[in-house]
Design a protein around this ligand. Structure first.
Ligand code: B12
Ligand code: SF4
Length: 442
């Protein structure tokens, strides 16, 4: 079949999911082309031209980021709200106008709110979750005019009713296709993304990943991970990559074996990773990362208050945080830390404890401060507190991205805190939606 994969993303985030499912469709023998919304100059004209020339039978739309806030120093509270849904609607309308291809939705920004998306775009089919096998199966069923309504993870509308088929987790990640990055113009991106495993054994109060991906790790073998990197280097002509795992260094042995495999193959790679957990970090581990080509990490400490570590259920303690910060400070790896301010129980005191520790480590290159917890999906435990405090009134609000902030934080204090953080050089501040509230206080 003629399959067009659209990366409906408008940020400089490499289209990782789109590349993986394009790879899966190619491996299944289909004729695949891609369209990357981020790299176009004139979205609709270029899409129309593509659709009219390629004449796809199926258009798969990969939705990465929906709406939320991003850092923007020029804006009030140094944050800009964005909503990419109208642009995605334009993409869908254009396909409808110039082609009669079947449209199917998927991607991390779709997984949480399948029904909302189908209603919003007036479409009737999508696949939630990892789709390396379910997407080719959908194409096959379509081709043989079989049953597309029993495919794992699919959500569809029939007779005005929505139906969900349970998702299936991919057990053998080594058997999946390589990502087809060669179909994208990787020069437009700083790096390409590779994931080494799925699942998470932690259960942080604000995070939906373990309920979505499972609480057991499903890992690619180190050989497979590095084969994949080599494949992209050869075919996609890119040099720099990042690990998109929820947490690259856990389980630690897996990360170590991958690093060792990269060293053994002498590939001379350069890579970075966000979401390094402050667990099991040693000088030797940092040396291994460096030797394998790592030149930047963010250490996801999120808080350095014992009380908040418990409240957020992070699974490590202050000693481990100090130790990780010391090891990275001693390494030659440039590193930043991320903090998430405002979860249940956060007070002025817990905030002071966190920055008291961070400010003791001058080698930290950048400090990402995110204020307010984004509520994306009903898989986050913190939703209970958001509902109790009246900050989430209706789960429908999740599609617009709801927010929670500890009611124990006085607004006046938060405004002073935001200003003080912003005056510090290496700090990057993102004040999620509560800034609307703070405006009134100012
Ligand atoms: C790694 C990551 C990043 C990395 C880099 C991304 C990259 N591509 O390399 C970085 C750190 C840069 C990043 C940044 C941001 N991110 Co981010 N990121 C992720 C993360 C953890 C993994 C994405 C990924 O690449 N996974 C690996 C690929 C292979 O999996 P996948 O994309 O899910 O694709 C699979 C399926 O979804 C499906 N699929 C994909 N496309 C399609 C299409 C069809 C048709 C079908 C059928 C199936 C299908 O099949 C694929 C293979 O199984 C996700 C969370 C998550 N676990 O999904 C958040 C996530 C995408 N990010 C998110 C956000 C908000 C952001 C930021 C905007 C945060 C911020 N405020 O700054 C920024 C972007 C700002 C900017 N200026 O660029 C949100 C989006 C939520 C939303 N509702 O909008 C997510 C979902 C995290 C969350 N909060 O839960 N991010
Ligand atoms: S924040 Fe990270 S460690 Fe915690 S549950 Fe989510 S993915 Fe796992």
């Amino acid at each position: 079949m003629r399959v067009l994969i659209i990366s409906a993303n408008f940020f400089p985030m490499v289209p990782t999911g789109a590349a993986y499912i394009a790879g899966a469709a190619l491996k299944a023998g289909h004729l695949v082309e891609v369209f990357d919304c981020f790299t176009t100059k004139n979205l609709i004209d270029e899409l129309r031209e593509k659709v009219e020339r390629f004449k796809p039978q199926v258009v798969g739309i990969s939705i990465l980021v929906v709406c939320g806030d991003i850092v923007d120093k020029s804006k009030e509270f140094y944050t800009k709200y964005f909503d990419k849904r109208p642009e995605i609607k334009k993409v869908v309308n254009c396909i409808r106008q110039y082609s009669d291809a079947k449209i199917i939705l998927g991607g991390p920004g779709f997984n949480y709110y399948g029904k909302d998306w189908l209603e919003y775009l007036d479409l009737d089919y999508g696949i939630r979750g990892e789709s390396e096998f379910s997407f080719p199966r959908y194409l096959k069923e379509l081709e043989i005019k079989g049953d597309i309504f029993s495919i794992p993870g699919c959500i569809y509308r029939k007779d005005k009713e929505f139906h969900n088929v349970q998702r299936e987790l991919v057990e053998s990640l080594d058997d999946t296709a390589f990502p087809a990055y060669e179909l994208f113009d990787l020069r437009k991106y700083a790096s390409f993304g590779i994931f080494t495993k799925r699942g998470c054994t932690f259960n942080c109060s604000f995070c939906p990943y373990s309920p979505l991906e499972g609480t057991k790790y499903r890992m690619k073998s180190p050989k497979r991970v590095v084969d994949e990197i080599e494949h992209v280097l050869k075919k996609g002509k890119a040099k720099f990559f990042n690990f998109t795992d929820n947490c690259f260094n856990f389980p630690k042995q897996h990360a170590e074996k991958i690093c060792q495999e990269m060293i053994d193959r002498n590939l001379n790679l350069k890579w970075w990773a966000s979401n390094i957990k402050p667990i099991g970090i040693t000088d030797d581990f940092c040396r291994l990362l460096k030797e394998s080509g790592c030149n930047y990490v963010t250490l996801a400490i999120e808080t350095a208050s014992e009380k908040m570590l418990k409240s957020m259920n992070r699974g490590y303690n202050i000693t481990q945080i100090r130790n990780a910060l010391t090891c990275f400070s001693n390494s030659n790896i440039t590193f930043g830390v991320t903090t998430l301010i405002g979860a249940s129980g956060e007070t002025q005191e817990t905030i002071s404890e966190t920055f008291g520790i961070i400010d003791n480590f001058p080698k930290i290159n950048d400090v990402w401060v995110s204020i307010g917890i984004c509520l994306w999906t009903n898989h986050q435990k913190i939703l209970d507190d958001a509902r109790k405090s009246g900050q989430l009134q209706n789960d429908k609000e999740l599609f617009d991205c709801g927010y929670y902030i500890s009611p124990e934080l006085p607004k006046k204090y938060m405004i002073e805190f935001i200003e003080s953080i912003n005056s510090k050089k290496k700090y990057q501040l993102q004040v999620n939606k509560p800034f609307a509230e703070y405006q009134k206080v100012r």
